[in-house]
Design a protein around this ligand. Structure first.
Ligand SMILES: [Zn+2]
Ligand SMILES: [Zn+2]
Length: 271
């Protein structure tokens, strides 16, 4: 550990990202022991659509399947609680070294376990809107994607421009999709990079898949080869708090997400 890091820890004592418990002054962790264990449990939960653990699952929103060959996610995001949620929300607001080290380590491990050294892939990401970035000064997907590319020794390209104004969170799934399609365009001069290239497309969370679909369809139209989706977390709209195996009543996630292989599909309600 560098003397500078120790000095920084002495001035700003480190605490757990999720529960705020104080950490040892020499700690380089983002989480305390108890939250690390909780996070492990969240990762190990089974996807209700395919029955695999979240890191092994390839499920993705149905509309994304038109453009992407695979989807990888580290964990599951609950709208109300959980360590995954704390990590995602903290990364939106704060560019903390240990937090991003933690997130990028998890992402790199997942990529290596699924597609090896990912040779030939270019890393890109869904950029945050200017309005959101102006609020916190952080574009969490850009930060994570940049560090991931460096960790995997892959090139990183900023391929998309966000020009939308509507707040995605307040829209219905269909409105989100239409809004996202109108909100993203390709950055100037990127067509030649995209044509024939293979991409790892990163976003922090996939919910309805609207923004990822908007970006993936732009890549596809510009002649991209393989497009693999990578997110830190996935979420199923309508799920009850922290109960990954009990779908909410409002919206059936099975209609939104589609298991990669039909035979591995398992109806979460056991019908
Ligand atoms: Zn903790
Ligand atoms: Zn799945």
């Amino acid at each position: 550990m560098f003397a500078f890091d120790i000095l920084l820890n002495l001035i700003f004592p480190p605490s757990c990202i999720s529960c705020d418990a104080p950490l040892d002054v020499l700690s380089r962790n983002a989480l305390c022991g108890s939250c690390s264990e909780k996070f492990l449990n969240e990762k190990e939960r089974k996807c209700p659509l395919c029955g695999k653990t979240h890191s092994e699952c390839s499920c993705m929103p149905a509309r994304l399947k038109k453009y992407c060959s695979d989807a990888m996610h580290v964990s599951e995001y609950s709208e109300t609680d959980g360590v995954t949620r704390s990590l995602v929300l903290s990364a939106k607001d704060r560019n903390l070294k240990y937090l991003y080290d933690f997130i990028v380590n998890e992402l790199a491990y997942l990529v290596r376990s699924r597609i090896g050294n990912a040779e030939g892939y270019i890393v890109s990401y869904v950029p945050r809107s200017k309005r959101k970035k102006a609020g916190t000064g952080v574009d969490q997907s850009a930060l994570a994607a940049r560090r991931l590319a460096s960790e995997l020794h892959l090139p990183l390209r900023k391929l998309f421009v966000h020009s939308g104004t509507a707040v995605q969170k307040k829209l219905s799934a269909e409105e989100r999709y239409k809004n996202a399609l109108n909100s993203y365009s390709l950055a100037k001069g990127t067509e030649s990079i995209i044509n024939g290239g293979n991409f790892i497309l990163y976003d922090d969370v996939v919910t309805t898949g609207s923004t990822l679909t908007a970006c993936a369809s732009l890549l596809r139209r510009a002649g991209a080869g393989r497009i693999v989706i990578l997110t830190f977390a996935k979420t199923y709209p309508g799920y009850a708090s922290g109960q990954s195996t009990t779908p909410g009543r409002k919206r059936d996630p099975a209609r939104l997400f589609k298991a990669k292989k039909k035979e591995s599909y398992r109806d979460p309600r056991g019908r």
